[in-house]
Every structure is written in C-alpha cells, then in structure tokens.
Design a protein around this ligand. Structure first.
Ligand SMILES: NC(=O)c1ccc[n+]([C@@H]2O[C@H](COP(=O)([O-])OP(=O)(O)OC[C@H]3O[C@@H](n4cnc5c(N)ncnc54)[C@H](O)[C@@H]3O)[C@@H](O)[C@H]2O)c1
Length: 469
C-alpha cells in the first residue's frame, strides 16, 4: 500500500498520484478545490518511474542524466526500433565505468535501473508498451517520430522530456502544437532538449539583451559549421546482419540522411542556433512568453561532398537569410564539410551595441559591458533533467517547452524549404503546408517515402525545381 500525504486542504493525495497523472489530479476540477503545493509531496513513495523511447546515443545520455538527479528516479522500461540498440544502451547504463559523450557518468546506476526482459520492447510500436508503465517518458528517437510519440505520451498523462527537433515537416509541427495545448491544460511538464535554455552563459547573456543592454536587435548571425556526423553504410550494416536489409531497415539505421526521419542537418543540428535567434528576438516583443519566429526566408545550399550512395538526400551546406516581422534579419549558415572553418555559435547586433558571441556584450564604442566567466558552469544536459525532475517531485507544473521547440523546429524547416526551392518562402505558407514527409506505413517491409534508383542513389533537392510547400 502506497503511503499517502496530505494536501493543504486535508485531502490525502499521494505523490505517485501526481506523477502518474497530473491531469487526473491537477488538471481537473479538483485542482481548484484541492490546490497542490510543493510541500504536499515529500515523505512518500517517491519513486519516479522513467521509460526510455529511442535508446541511441542521446537517449542513453538523457537516461543517465535523469538517473543522476537527486530525485528517486528509476528506469523501468525501454523501447527501440532495434534490439541491438536497446541492448547496447542497457549494457552501457548498467556499466559503472560508462561515460556518455559529454563525459558524464552515473553513480549507483545499477541500483536505479530495473528493466526486466518483459519491459524491453522492440519495433515501431514499442513506444505503446513503455508509456503505460511509467511516470515520465524520454523521447529520443529520430525526430520524424516525435509527434506520434509525444501525442501518445500526453494522451496517457505522462510528463515528458523530448529531444529536439520535434518534427521534420509542417504537419508534424502542427501536431506538436496541438498536443502542447493539451499538455498545458493537463499541467504536464514538458522539457525539450534545446539545452541552451538551461545553460547559464546563455541565460545570463540573453537576459541582459532582453533588458536592453544593446538596444533593439537589428541583425543576427548564427552558425553550425562542423565536419559532419556519422554514416551507417549499407554494406557494413548488411555484413553485420548477415543478410540484405529491407529499404526501411536501412533508412531507419542510417536515418540522418533521410528527411522524413531527420529533416536535414539544418533541422537536426542548426536548430540550436536558430532557436537562440528566436529567443534573442523576443527582446523586441512586447508580450512576454510570445514565441517569436521569422516571417520569411530565402537561401541557398547544396551537396558538395555528400555524393555517395549512403548520403541519402540531405544537403551538406545551407545559407539562409531570415527576415523577422520588424524587418530585422538573421543570417544563418550551417555546413558539414571537413577542412573548413568550424564554428558553432551566435552573434547579434543592436542599435546600442553588439553581442558578438555568447557571454559577451559591447557598447556602441566597442567597450565591454558584460563578460561571462563560465568556469564552473553546470552541464546544461544535466540541468534540464535536474529542473524537470525537481518540479515533478515537488508536484509543480513549471515547464511547457513544446511550443518553443515547435517554433524553433519550424524555423529550421522554413530554412530548408528556402534552400531546397531557391525561392522566398513565407512562414505562413510553410507553416500551413500539407506536405507530409511521413511514410504511408511503418513496417519493415514498407517502402519509405524516398527510394533509391537502380544505382542506389536518392533524388536530391534541386533549387528552382523542387517543390517544398
Ligand atoms: N540536444 C542535443 O544536443 C542532442 C544531441 C544529440 C542528439 N540529439 C537528438 O536526439 C535524437 C536522437 O539522436 P541520437 O544521436 O541519439 O541518434 P541515435 O541513432 O544514436 O539513436 C536513435 C535511436 O532511436 C531508435 N529509433 C528509431 N526509430 C524508433 C522508433 N520509432 N521507436 C523506437 N526507437 C526508435 C534507433 O534505433 C536508435 O537506437 C535526435 O532527435 C537528435 O537530434 C540531441
């Protein structure tokens, strides 16, 4: 029998009741009758059960961060499209020596992980099995699945941590926004892994920009120029499997290179910098909490080095000029090519000064007015989980990040539409586009929406020809 504690009103409500379904406790009429306070939920069975959906590199890291919070968090269920990915993640999480790519480890992880064989689920429907077993879901599959998984999690009254991007096309964005509204009504916490919002240097820097330190923002410059990411090539995958893969299996493994799964690298990685641009531009908005986004974009891009049969359909560079409603511009560049200038950063220019990179502000004469010293900055990946689980444990509703995640993702999709088409693309037409990238059927024998030609190559977008709306 689960211990109970009392609310202010004297009615017994367990913290598990809150975690299991805030909607049932807070979102209903009861909320006004029996207001909850943080202190209402200590001293009870405080286990917060977590389910991981998408057990790859980031999912394993996010689970590790959830388990590293000070709350009593337990990983109890896991889902992945592929059994070997799930096993690898489980083995890593239960290995005391394991560090994720950010160098983080978790203490006592073995005690905090209780995922019996019958709680390990595989395949396209695996998420459906995990969700009922847990209080919090971690959604870390490729972004093409995020709208489906988010909708299922919120329908089941679960609290959510989900990675960016939150979709790969406009119908997916609209689904996320629709579900975000339901999550708000149900008072379910939703944190999106745009971790700069949980990073002290960005918080301190952008707060000062919002407070007017450099005046109105007239220009932004945002970059994700790097050497690129992994390729999971068909030959090696088939050699490992000892058989030919179906086209669906291959694309699911090598997902980065297919837009229905990834959205192109402008969406998958550069979203972070475009999100910062929208965040900074909120300085010019009178109404707090309003999501700011560009009103149109034009740009160019292409494939200089991504020419092989395992490079799918995505570009390796994009340059986009975004225009905001006040006429200001944000210039965005992202590149995945080795041997070039690498830069992942943001800079802004205002009517009274400049913010050339995160943590620095200068007045119009070039004198430093702010320099952030970040020696002891906590890991933002950890902070986003610390804050989320602290809120959940306290019975608080504090995080509604889905809308921000949707606008940041849509900003990146708008850029992709501009570079693929070579045309000026209006936010309104892009946002309302019914062009869905999703396959008709999710099954290992189903055809994905883009198929290779007889030589194994995929059609790449061609400016002036490709239709994007
Ligand atoms: N915030 C950040 O800095 C950051 C860093 C890395 C990755 N990410 C994001 O995390 C997500 C995952 O990236 P990753 O690097 O971990 O990729 P990954 O390939 O390592 O992991 C993805 C996992 O999801 C599984 N999967 C695919 N479809 C699934 C489905 N329908 N159901 C269940 N499992 C499914 C895959 O088999 C794989 O194991 C992406 O959205 C990525 O953009 C964010």
């Amino acid at each position: 029998m689960e211990p109970k504690t009392n609310t202010d009103s004297g009615h017994a409500v367990s913290r598990r009741d809150f975690v299991k379904g805030t909607a049932a406790v807070v979102g209903s009429l009861m909320a006004s009758q029996f207001p909850l306070t943080a202190s209402a939920y200590y001293g009870v069975d405080d286990t917060i059960k977590v389910g991981l959906i998408g057990c790859g590199g980031r999912g394993t890291g996010a689970a590790l961060q959830a388990l590293s919070t000070t709350q009593n968090v337990q990983l109890v269920a896991m889902a992945d499209a592929f059994r070997d990915r799930l096993d690898e993640s489980y083995d890593n999480l239960t290995n005391p020596e394991f560090e994720d790519w950010s160098g983080q480890t978790v203490e006592n992880s073995q005690e905090r992980i209780d995922v019996p064989e019958e709680h390990k689920f595989v395949g396209f429907d695996a998420y459906k099995e995990v969700i009922p077993l847990v209080d919090v879901v971690i959604l870390t599959t490729p972004p093409g699945f995020r709208p489906i998984h988010f909708e299922a999690a919120i329908a089941a009254d679960k609290q959510v941590f989900m990675e960016k991007p939150v979709a790969t096309d406009a119908p997916g964005i609209r689904k996320i926004l629709e579900v975000a509204e339901i999550a708000k009504q149900k008072k379910l916490n939703v944190v999106v892994g745009l971790q700069r919002h949980y990073q002290t240097v960005y918080r301190e820097w952008i707060q000062r920009i919002h407070d007017g330190a450099i005046g109105e923002i007239v220009l932004g410059r945002v970059y994700w120029n790097s050497e690129g990411v992994w390729v999971r090539d068909r030959a090696s995958l088939e050699e490992k499997a000892g058989r030919k893969l179906t086209e669906m299996e291959y694309q699911m493994r090598n997902w980065y290179y297919f837009n229905w799964l990834c959205g192109d690298h402008i969406v998958e990685q550069h979203i972070h910098n475009l999100d910062v641009a929208n965040w900074v531009k909120q300085a010019n908005v009178a109404e707090p909490g309003t999501e700011v986004h560009p009103v149109r974009a034009q740009g160019q891009g292409g494939r200089q080095v991504r020419k092989g049969i395992d490079h799918g359909e995505i570009y390796d560079h994009h340059f986009v000029e975004y225009e905001y409603a006040d006429g200001s511009r944000v210039l965005s560049q992202c590149r995945h090519i080795e041997g070039c200038m690498n830069r992942v950063s943001e800079g802004f220019h205002g009517t009274k000064g400049t913010a050339p990179k995160p943590g620095e502000l200068y007045d119009a004469s070039g004198h430093s007015i702010f320099k952030y010293r970040d020696k002891d900055d906590p890991n933002p990946y950890q902070v986003e989980h610390d804050e989320l689980f602290a809120a959940i444990a306290a019975g608080e509703y504090k995080y509604a990040n889905a809308q921000r995640g949707a606008f940041a993702t849509m900003t990146a999709i708008l850029g992709r539409m501009a570079t693929y088409s070579g045309k000026v693309v209006e936010w309104e037409e892009a946002f309302h586009s019914n062009l869905s990238l999703a396959p008709e059927r999710y099954a290992w024998d189903a055809d994905p929406p883009v198929m290779p030609d007889e030589h194994g190559y995929y059609p790449a977008p061609m400016p002036g020809v490709t239709q994007v709306i």
